[in-house]
Design a protein around this ligand. Structure first.
Ligand code: ADP
Length: 255
């Protein structure tokens, strides 16, 4: 009996160790694949502004006697690409830092935390000729959140609402506390997002229309950052369509 128990035990432990090693291999492989595609995407994103920059600089060299004014278009386009690369590299650095682990610092805030942020949004929206409205309803005056992370998420959603609405752009942010949850909703009347794309827009580097969003200065990183933050806070972020047109981004968090 002892020998057969030992044999069974030996087989079971062999099975468990094989399973564990296969599982850890799979986890490592997945992490490797994720890292690889991140580097590939990042290199690809940098290639476009670098190619444009090279092209513009070569054009400058073809007209050695031209004045700065004559070449102002080439110079300003080159500067634009340099700016794009700066934004991209700082986004990439942010993502890399966050992959190492986000630190959460909770503090109690009241309505005025959101109202101060919204005052700035109001100005930004007006500068771009768009309308911005907001409403904040908190039951017990104070809620516990990470101010910096929540502000980052709201700013990403607000920036997108500004980018992806036309001249008649109307943006509304609604903050509510309900049954221990903080619900933040960003409404816009922009171009909207198809059901197919709704699944993908939270992936790194995903853009619905690469050429068009690139012209608007987008790299497809904002929403993946927002999702990374909200996942870390054990919350949910979703998108649905607005009526008659546009999108509604909804964030739900336990507070
Ligand atoms: P980007 O920097 O390109 O805006 P995001 O990750 O923030 O990157 O968004 C990914 C893509 O989702 C965008 O390129 C755009 O196509 C789409 N998108 C995001 N927000 C909106 C919105 N409010 N309305 C329509 N499309 C949007």
């Amino acid at each position: 009996i002892i020998i057969s128990v030992m044999i069974v035990f030996w087989f079971v432990s062999l099975g468990v160790s094989i399973y564990l090693s296969q599982w850890s291999n799979r986890v490592l492989y997945k992490a490797y694949e994720k890292q690889k595609s991140f580097v590939e995407n990042a290199s690809h994103e940098l290639r476009t502004p670098l190619a444009i920059l090279q092209n513009r600089l070569e054009l400058l060299f073809q007209h050695p006697n031209a004045s700065i004014i004559d070449e102002s278009e080439n110079i300003s386009e080159s500067l634009n690409e340099v700016r794009n690369m700066r934004i991209l590299t700082s986004n990439l650095l942010n993502l890399a830092k966050r992959d190492e682990g986000l630190k959460v610092k909770l503090t109690y805030v009241d309505k005025s935390f959101f109202e101060t942020i919204f005052e700035n949004y109001q100005m930004l929206a007006e500068n771009r000729g768009k309308t911005f409205t907001s409403s904040v309803e908190l039951n017990d005056n104070k809620i516990e959140i990470d101010e910096s992370l929540i502000k980052q998420v709201l700013t990403i959603l607000f920036d997108n609402a500004i980018k992806y609405t036309g001249d008649d752009g109307e943006i509304h942010i609604d903050i509510k506390e309900k049954n221990g949850n903080l619900i933040m909703r960003v409404f816009d009347n922009g171009e909207g997002i198809t059901p197919d794309d709704r699944e993908k827009i939270f992936d790194r580097f995903y853009r619905v229309d690469k050429a068009r969003t690139r012209a608007k200065g987008g790299f497809g990183l904002g929403l993946s950052l927002a999702k990374q933050i909200i996942d870390h806070l054990h919350g949910k972020i979703q998108v649905s369509s607005n009526t008659p047109k546009g999108s509604i981004f909804t964030v739900r968090l336990k507070v």
